[in-house]
Design a protein around this ligand. Sequence first.
Ligand code: HEC
Length: 117
Amino acid sequence: MRFQQSTIVKILFLGFSCALFSLALQAGPAPAPDGGDLFKKKCSMCHGADGKGYSALKTPDFTDPKYHASITDKEIADTIKNGKKGTPMPAFADKLSEDEINSLVAYIRSLDSSKKK
Ligand code: HEC
C-alpha cells in the first residue's frame, strides 16, 4: 500500500513538472514578427495580397526579379520607415518596430519569383 502511494505521488509530480515546463516554454521570448502577416494587414491593400502591386496605384511588382535587382535592403527599409514623398506610400517609422520592418524587408525579398521557396 505504501509503495503504491509513493508511486502515485511520483507520477503526479512528473505530470506537474511537465505542465510547469510547458508553461515556461509558452512564456518564453516573444516570437519574431511575422513579415507575411504584417504585410497582409498593413500593406496588401496597396501592394496586393501577392505583392504584385496595382498598376492604378503604381505600386511595384515585388515578385519581379528585376525589381529586386534594382533596390537594396536598406532602400526598402528606408521606404517603409519614411514613405515616399509625392506618392501614396505612407511612412511606418512610428507604427512599426525595427524588427517588424526587417521582417517585412525579408518577406518582400521572399516574394522574388526567381527565388525558390
Ligand atoms: C496607401 C497605400 C500604400 C500602403 C498602405 C503601403 N504602400 Fe508601399 N507603396 C505605395 C505606392 C503607391 C508605392 C510606389 C511609390 C512610387 O511611385 O515610387 C509604394 C512603394 C513601396 C516600396 C518600393 C519603394 C521603392 O523605392 O521602390 C516598398 C518597398 C513599399 N512600398 C513597401 C511597403 C510596405 C512594407 C508596406 C506595409 C508596411 C506598404 N508599402 C504600405 C503605396 C502603399
